[in-house]
Write a protein that binds this ligand. Structure first.
Ligand code: ADP
Ligand code: ZN
Length: 221
C-alpha cells in the first residue's frame, strides 16, 4: 500500500504517521528527515540541501525528486510506504505519478489529517519546552510543577518563538496556500481520505483505517 500523509504543523501528523506505519507494516519516508540526516552526515546532497533549508526555502524539485526516486527503489519499500513531506508541489506530484507508472503502480490513498486552525492554535500556543533537555509541556494539559521550571532537569521552560500565536497563524496560512493545490490534485483522483484529528488520535486513526479497509487494505498489527 502506498500512502501520502498531509497535515498542518500542529495537526498531529507525526503521531498519525507512526501509527499508520506500525499498523500497516509500511515504511515511513519523511523527506525532511532524509535531508536532516544528510546535513548531519555532510553528504553532497546534505550540503546542497542545507543552502535552501537554512534560507527557509524548498529544496529544488530536481534534487528532491531524484532523492525520493532513489529512496523508493530500496528493498524496504517493497511492502509499501507512507510519504511524509513529499510531494509538496504539483510538479513533484506529477513526477511521482510518472515514476510510479513505470512500474504500473499508483498512490492508493492520501491521508489528510484535519484539525481546525483554532484548535491547532489552542494546542500550540499552550506548548512550552525546556531550554535545556527539550522536555515538552502544556500549560493546560501538562503544566510544570513549578511555573517556568522543568520537572526533569530544573532548567528554564519557555514558549518557542515559532509557537507564538502570530507566527503559528502565519505558518498555518502558508501551509493552507501551499497544500490546497495538492489536495485538489488528489481529490480529482478521488483518493483523499480525511481523518478528523480535532478530538483524539484514536478517532482519527479509526476513520482512516475504516476508509482504507473499504479499499481492501487490512492492518497487519
Ligand atoms: P517542516 O518544517 O515543514 O515540518 P520538513 O521537516 O518536512 O518541514 O522539511 C524540512 C525542510 O526540508 C523544508 O522546509 C524544506 O526546505 C525541505 N523539504 C522537505 N521536503 C521537501 C520537498 N518535498 N520538496 C522540497 N523541499 C523539501
Ligand atoms: Zn529540562
Amino acid at each position: 500500500m502506498k500512502l501520502i500523509i498531509l497535515g498542518a504543523p500542529g495537526s498531529g501528523k507525526g503521531t498519525m504517521a507512526t501509527v499508520l506505519r506500525d499498523s500497516y507494516g509500511i515504511t515511513h519516508i519523511s523527506t525532511g528527515d532524509i535531508f536532516r540526516a544528510n546535513i548531519k552526515e555532510q553528504t553532497p546532497l546534505g550540503k546542497e540541501a542545507k543552502k535552501y533549508i537554512d534560507a527557509g526555502a524548498l529544496v529544488p524539485d530536481e534534487i528532491t525528486i531524484s532523492m525520493v526516486e532513489d529512496r523508493l527503489s530500496q528493498d524496504d519499500c517493497k511492502n509499501g510506504y507512507l510519504l511524509d513531506g513529499f510531494p509538496r508541489t504539483i510538479a513533484q506530484a506529477e513526477k511521482l505519478d510518472e515514476m510510479l507508472s513505470k512500474t504500473n503502480s499508483k498512490i492508493d490513498a492520501v491521508i489528510k489529517v484535519d484539525v481546525p486552525a483554532e484548535v491547532i492554535l489552542g494546542r500550540v500556543v499552550n506548548r512550552r519546552v525546556c531550554t535545556s533537555c527539550g522536555e515538552s509541556y502544556n500549560v493546560v494539559s501538562r503544566p510544570t510543577k513549578v511555573e517556568g521550571v522543568c520537572d526533569v532537569c530544573g532548567k528554564e521552560v519557555i514558549q518557542r518563538d515559532d509557537d507564538k500565536p502570530e507566527t503559528v497563524k502565519q505558518r498555518l496560512i502558508t501551509y493552507e496556500e501551499n497544500t490546497k493545490p495538492l489536495i485538489d490534485f488528489y481529490e480529482k483522483k478521488g483518493i483523499v481520505i480525511s481523518a478528523d484529528n480535532s478530538k483524539d488520535p484514536k478517532t482519527a486513526f479509526e476513520q482512516a483505517s475504516q476508509a482504507l479497509e473499504k479499499k481492501g487494505f487490512r492492518k497487519v498489527n
